[in-house]
Design a protein. Structure first.
Length: 306
C-alpha cells in the first residue's frame, strides 16, 4: 500500500511484512551516563554555563546549551536552551505525575513566550530527544528549545499546505475537519492522540487540541493540564509496548509573523525511532512504514497504564 502524506507530500510505503524481521523492534539496552558525569544533575551545576530559570527545589531547570548550534551575535541571532525536566537522574517523563506534567507545560509555555517577545526571533521550536537513537547525547531526561531568526523550510511548506486547504474548503481548518476513525489512541476533554492515516513512522502519534489553537501561547491552564496528561500517557503507552524505544517529541506552533491563526492548528508529534533511514529513504525522499495506522493504534490502545 502506498499513501502520500498530505502535510509533507512525501510518499509512504506500508510494508507490514517487514515488521516480521527479527531486529525490527529490538532495541539495544540504553546505557546511562554515570551520575557523577551528568551535567543535568543538580549537584553538577558547575558543568553547565549557568541557569536561566529554576522551579522550587530545582525540579525543572532551563540552562543554556553548552554546545549551541546558534550564535547570539546580531547577524545570526538565535537561542538554544536545554530544559531539564527532572532532578532525578534515572526518571523518565513517562513516570511523571499529572502535577509535574502540568508544571512542565507551564514552564515550556513561559519560556516560549519569553523567546517570542524578542523582536529578532521569527520562530521557536520545542522538542525532546529521548534515547541515543533519537539524538540525545545525555541520558538524563530533558527538552531543547530553539529560537531562530528564520522560519524553517518545513514550517513554511506546512503553512502553505494548511493555508491552501483552508481557502479551498470554504475556510475550514485541515485539522478541525479531520476524522480519526479507528486511529484514536486516547482522548480527553481537550485533546486527542491518534495515528495519522498517512503517517511515516510506525506507531508515530500526533496530539491535537480539540479547540482551534494556533500556538502554545493560546493554551488555557486547563488545556495545559490536559495536554501534559495525554502527552505523558501517549509516551507511556509507546515505551510500554516497545520497551527501550527511543523517541522524539516535537511541538508545532505557528510562527510569530504572518496571519496564520485561522488556518494553522497547533499539534504535537511523537516519533518512535524504529529502524534507520538508509539508501532508499535518502535517495528517494520516501518512507517505509511497517505498521498500518489502524493496527498501530489498536496495539497502543490495548496497553494498560495506571
Amino acid at each position: 500500500m502506498i499513501k502520500r502524506c498530505y502535510l509533507t507530500g512525501e510518499f509512504v510505503f506500508y510494508a507490514t511484512a517487514r515488521a516480521k524481521r527479527p531486529h525490527s523492534f529490538h532495541k539495544p539496552q540504553e546505557k546511562s551516563v554515570p551520575k557523577q558525569y551528568c551535567p543535568f544533575c543538580v549537584e553538577n551545576v558547575a558543568m553547565t554555563p549557568g541557569v536561566i530559570y529554576a522551579t522550587e527545589n530545582d525540579e525543572i531547570r532551563i540552562i543554556p546549551n553548552k554546545y549551541p548550534f546558534l550564535d547570539k551575535d546580531e547577524i545570526d541571532f538565535g537561542v538554544h536552551d536545554v530544559l531539564v525536566d527532572t532532578k532525578e537522574h534515572e526518571e523518565r517523563m513517562s513516570d511523571f505525575s499529572d502535577e509535574r506534567m502540568y508544571k512542565l507545560m507551564q514552564v515550556i509555555k513561559m519560556r516560549f513566550a519569553e523567546l517570542e517577545s524578542d523582536k529578532r526571533i521569527k520562530y521557536v521550536q520545542v522538542f525532546k530527544n529521548q534515547g541515543r537513537e533519537a539524538g540525545a547525547s545525555q541520558s538524563h531526561s530533558h527538552w531543547q528549545i530553539t529560537a531562530l531568526n528564520v522560519v524553517p523550510l518545513k514550517m513554511e511548506h506546512l503553512i502553505g499546505v494548511l493555508r491552501n486547504y483552508y481557502y479551498e474548503h470554504n475556510r475550514k481548518c485541515y485539522f478541525c475537519s479531520m476524522e480519526f476513525g479507528e486511529r484514536v489512541v486516547e482522548e480527553n476533554d481537550h485533546f486527542v492522540s491518534y495515528l495519522p492515516a498517512d503517517g511515516k513512522f510506525a506507531y508515530g502519534m500526533d496530539i491535537l487540541p480539540k479547540r482551534h489553537i494556533s500556538t502554545l501561547d493560546d493554551f488555557t491552564e486547563e488545556e495545559l493540564k490536559a495536554f501534559g496528561v495525554i502527552l505523558r500517557n501517549s509516551v507511556k503507552r509507546l515505551v510500554t509496548l516497545l520497551d527501550g524505544i527511543s523517541y522524539n517529541v516535537c511541538l508545532y506552533s505557528a510562527p510569530i509573523s504572518g496571519d496564520n491563526e485561522e488556518h494553522f492548528h497547533f499539534y504535537a508529534q511523537i516519533i518512535p525511532r524504529i529502524g534507520h533511514m538508509a539508501g532508499f529513504e535518502f535517495s528517494t525522499g520516501c518512507y517505509i512504514n511497517s505498521v498500518l495506522p489502524e493496527e498501530g493504534a489498536k496495539a497502543l490502545r490495548q496497553v494498560e497504564i495506571p
